[in-house]
Write a protein that binds this ligand. Structure first.
Ligand SMILES: [Fe+2]
Ligand SMILES: [Fe+2]
Length: 370
C-alpha cells in the first residue's frame, strides 16, 4: 500500500483545540503514515500574524505532539502558496498519497486559491463541516461530518489580550508558551495595573471592551481595536505636571505644543500614550499608534480604527453622563453619525468649560459637516 501523508497548514496564531480536533478526525478517516503540520510564514488569507513565525512554529510543535512540524514556509521567509508547498512535497515523495485537510472556511473559498486544478491533482482534499453549510463546499472534498469545537483564532487572541481564561481552547503546553513569552499582549493589563490608578485601568478596559464589541460591526480587526483601547490612556500614568517635560524630553510632535502645555496640558497624555505603547509594549502597527495618538483631539482623515477608539473612549460603559448609553447604541448602527455626535459632544463640553479650545476639533467638525 502507498504511504499516506496527512498535511495540515495554517497560520496557527495560535494553534487551538479546533485545529487539533480537525487533525484527529482526519487521522481516523485517513490512517496516515505521517502527519505534517505546516505553519505558514504569512497566510494569504490574513492581513498579518500577531505572534512571530518562530513562536507559531514552537506552539504548533507543542499543540500537535507526534506530528512533523515543517519549516518549509518559514524558511522561505515570505508568502508561500499551498500549490508550491504541495508540489515540492510530491516531488520529494513521488510514491506517496497526499491528503490535505483544511477548515471549512477555506474549503468554501477553494476557487480563490492559487491554481485550483493543480491543487486537485496534487492531493486528496478533506474538510470538516456539519450541514447545513453556509456556502457550497466543492464536491471533490471529502467532508468529515463530526462536531468540531467552534474556536476562532481572532477571538482567542483578543481573549488572551483581555486577560480571559481561555485555557480550555489551547493545549496546556502552548498556553504555557503564550504566557511565558507574553504573546498576544498577555502582559499588557498586568503592566497597566502597575502604572495606572484603579479607576483609569477600569476605564481603559471598558474602552477596549466596547472597541472589541464594535470592531466586527465597523469591519475592523478586533485585536487591533482592543489593543488600541487598552493602551489609549497609558500616558495618564505620567502626572499632569510632568507631561510637558516628558514630551520635550522625548521630542514628541504635538500640534500647538506651546498652547496645549500652557492651557490644557492634560491633552498631552495622548501623545505620551503613543510613545509608551512603542517603548513599553513594542507596538509597531501604525494604525494602532495613530488611534492612540488621536483619541482626544482627533485628526484630519481619520481611519476607521482611529474613529472607533475616539468613539469608544467617548462613550465607554464607565462613562456616566446621560447620553453615553445612547451613543453606544448609535455606534452599533451608524458609525459615522456616532463619530460626529461624539465630536460634537466633546466640543460642547469644551465650550462649557469656558477655557481655551484647541482648534483641531473645530476644524475637524467643519470638515465633516461641509
Ligand atoms: Fe484619554
Ligand atoms: Fe480615555
Amino acid at each position: 500500500m502507498r504511504e499516506r501523508i496527512l498535511v495540515f497548514g495554517g497560520s496557527f496564531d495560535p494553534p487551538h483545540q479546533g485545529h487539533r480536533a480537525l487533525v484527529e478526525a482526519a487521522k481516523e478517516k485517513i490512517h496516515p503514515d505521517r502527519t505534517i503540520i505546516i505553519p505558514s510564514y504569512h497566510s494569504p488569507w490574513k492581513n498579518k500574524s500577531w505572534a512571530l513565525p518562530e513562536d507559531r512554529f514552537q506552539m504548533a510543535k507543542l499543540a500537535f505532539p507526534g506530528a512533523e512540524i515543517s519549516r518549509v514556509e518559514m524558511l522561505a521567509g515570505r508568502l508561500v502558496y499551498t500549490v508550491d508547498v504541495l508540489g515540492r512535497l510530491k516531488k520529494e515523495n513521488p510514491d506517496s498519497e497526499i491528503h490535505f485537510v483544511v477548515g471549512s472556511d477555506l474549503a468554501l473559498r477553494f476557487k480563490e486559491w492559487k491554481n485550483p486544478p493543480r491543487l486537485r491533482e496534487l492531493a486528496h482534499w478533506w474538510t470538516a463541516a456539519r450541514p447545513p453549510f453556509q456556502g457550497r463546499i466543492p464536491r471533490f472534498f471529502n467532508v468529515i461530518s463530526s462536531a468540531m469545537p467552534e474556536i476562532s483564532s481572532t477571538d482567542l487572541r483578543v481573549g488572551f489580550l483581555m486577560g480571559e481564561d481561555r485555557s480550555r481552547e489551547v493545549s496546556p503546553a502552548a498556553l504555557k508558551r503564550i504566557l511565558k513569552r507574553g504573546l498576544y499582549g498577555t502582559t499588557i493589563i498586568p503592566a497597566l495595573g502597575k502604572i495606572l490608578k484603579a479607576e483609569r485601568l477600569t476605564h481603559t478596559i471598558s474602552v477596549a471592551t466596547l472597541a472589541r464589541k464594535l470592531a466586527p460591526i465597523w469591519g475592523i480587526d478586533s485585536f487591533e481595536a482592543a489593543l488600541a483601547g487598552l493602551l489609549h490612556d497609558a500616558g495618564r500614568s505620567v502626572p499632569i505636571s510632568g507631561m510637558k517635560s516628558y514630551c520635550q524630553k522625548r521630542r514628541l510632535r504635538v500640534p500647538l505644543f506651546r498652547e496645549i502645555s500652557a492651557y490644557q496640558p492634560i491633552l498631552l497624555h495622548a501623545y505620551i500614550s503613543e510613545d509608551l505603547s512603542k517603548r513599553m509594549f513594542e507596538i509597531k502597527t501604525p494604525e494602532v499608534l495613530k488611534a492612540i495618538r488621536n483619541h482626544t483631539l482627533g485628526a484630519f482623515n481619520m481611519g476607521d480604527l482611529e474613529r472607533l477608539i475616539y468613539v469608544s473612549d467617548a462613550c465607554s460603559e464607565d462613562r456616566k453622563y446621560s447620553e453615553a448609553a445612547k451613543l453606544r447604541k448609535l455606534a452599533e448602527k451608524d458609525p459615522s453619525r456616532a463619530f460626529s455626535e461624539c465630536l460634537n459632544g466633546k466640543i460642547r463640553h469644551a465650550v462649557s468649560l469656558q477655557g481655551w479650545i484647541h482648534p483641531l476639533p473645530i476644524q475637524l467638525w467643519n470638515s465633516i459637516i461641509l
